[in-house]
Design a protein around this ligand. Structure first.
Ligand code: COA
Length: 320
């Protein structure tokens, strides 16, 4: 028994910020950002919260799956930017949806968050503990950015994507995931200050900081290797795959992965032009866009891959 995606949904904040908008408030340009990353705009929240965006995406996924919130046994949200440290975003979503029966918790695996959440749902469902799960990737990264650091703040965006999965004979075929905590500091975001009056060496809070070139090197080697691993395990070739749905960090990373896999770039749909990098939200938002454009037929083979802070990575091959 595996899991099959029965419905998808996504939510992007209404507020669109273009590269030219950013160039009005910092020393950057559309030319610099677009030529190095492929990003031209991103959606940034004004009022929306991570939980609200997640719930909106979830409602669409439930509708498509023909399921009610009460049918859900499990809600997992991949996020590193929940509205609170606690309660979790998943618990907030459970309350908004009224999914009273569902167990709910978050997973922080950064840009691999949705994929790690999906694999966790698979483990519960495969073992027979649960039947129906809601898996979400959602971020409000704009609140974690150092808006004085032009090398990071131009890259990221906000939004949420969701998938309803349930036990089925076909669906997720193979999965690989990994982590390397020893390289964690190449992409980090230090949390709250220790304001315990008994402690003298206060840790200063911080925003997202990144060694872009190290992250780039990690991505262009790890992502093709993990995709090749799942394809081998599934006894499939690159040519058997209709689409490769990669985490949307940078068009140059996606082009490099395509080249290493000897796959045509038109098998790599993207959202990064209008979304930027939404960390855990990237893959499910892309999946929803591809699906809603009518690009998927039941039986198509897909690869999904996430990679990012932790460092973490993951790849899955599935039948739609
Ligand atoms: N606008 C204009 N100039 C900028 C800029 C911006 N937004 N950000 C940085 N620069 C400048 C730098 O200050 C530097 O100037 P200098 O040469 O005068 O010092 C110059 O551009 C080059 O900076 P550098 O960091 O070497 O650029 P790069 O070619 O490595 O590109 C990234 C930077 C971030 C686009 C690239 O490293 C990358 O894509 N890395 C992967 C990051 C990623 O995807 N992370 C998320 C993974 S989940």
């Amino acid at each position: 028994m595996t899991i099959r995606i029965m419905g998808t949904g996504s939510y992007l904040p209404e507020n669109i910020v273009t590269n030219d908008d950013l160039a009005r408030i910092m020393d950057t340009s559309d030319e610099w950002i677009a030529s190095r990353t492929g990003i031209r705009a991103r959606h940034l929240v004004k009022e929306e919260t991570t939980a609200q965006m997640s719930a909106e995406a979830a409602k669409k996924a439930l509708d498509e799956a023909g399921m009610k919130a009460e049918d859900l046994d499990l809600i997992i949200v991949g996020t590193l930017s929940g509205d609170y440290v606690t309660p979790s975003t998943a618990c907030e979503v459970q309350a908004i949806l009224g999914a009273e029966k569902a167990v709910a918790f978050d997973i922080n695996a950064a840009c691999s968050g949705f994929m790690f959440a999906m694999n966790t749902a698979y483990a519960y469902i495969h073992s027979g503990i649960y039947q129906n799960a809601l898996v979400i990737g959602a971020e409000t990264l704009s609140k974690l950015m150092d808006w004085n650091d032009r090398s990071t703040c131009v890259l990221f965006g906000d939004g949420a994507g969701a998938a309803v999965v349930r036990a089925d004979k076909t669906g997720l075929i193979h999965f690989t995931q990994g982590a390397d905590g020893s390289k964690g500091m190449v992409l980090s975001c230090r949390g709250r200050m220790n304001n315990n009056p008994l402690v003298k060496n206060f840790v200063k809070p911080d925003y997202v900081s990144m060694d872009g070139q190290e992250v780039y090197k990690f991505a262009v080697s790890t992502v093709p290797a993990s995709i090749q691993k799942v394809l081998e395990e599934a006894d499939l070739e690159v040519t058997d795959i209709k689409y490769f749905l990669l985490h949307q960090a940078n068009i140059r990373i996606i082009q490099s992965v395509a080249k290493r896999l000897k796959a045509d770039m038109n098998k790599f749909p993207t959202t990064l032009e209008h979304c930027g990098n939404i960390s855990a939200g990237s893959v499910p938002i892309l999946l929803d866009e591809v699906h809603k454009k009518g690009m998927l037929q039941r039986g198509d083979k897909l690869v999904m891959a996430g990679f990012g802070a932790g460092l973490t990575w993951s790849a899955a091959v599935m039948e739609w």
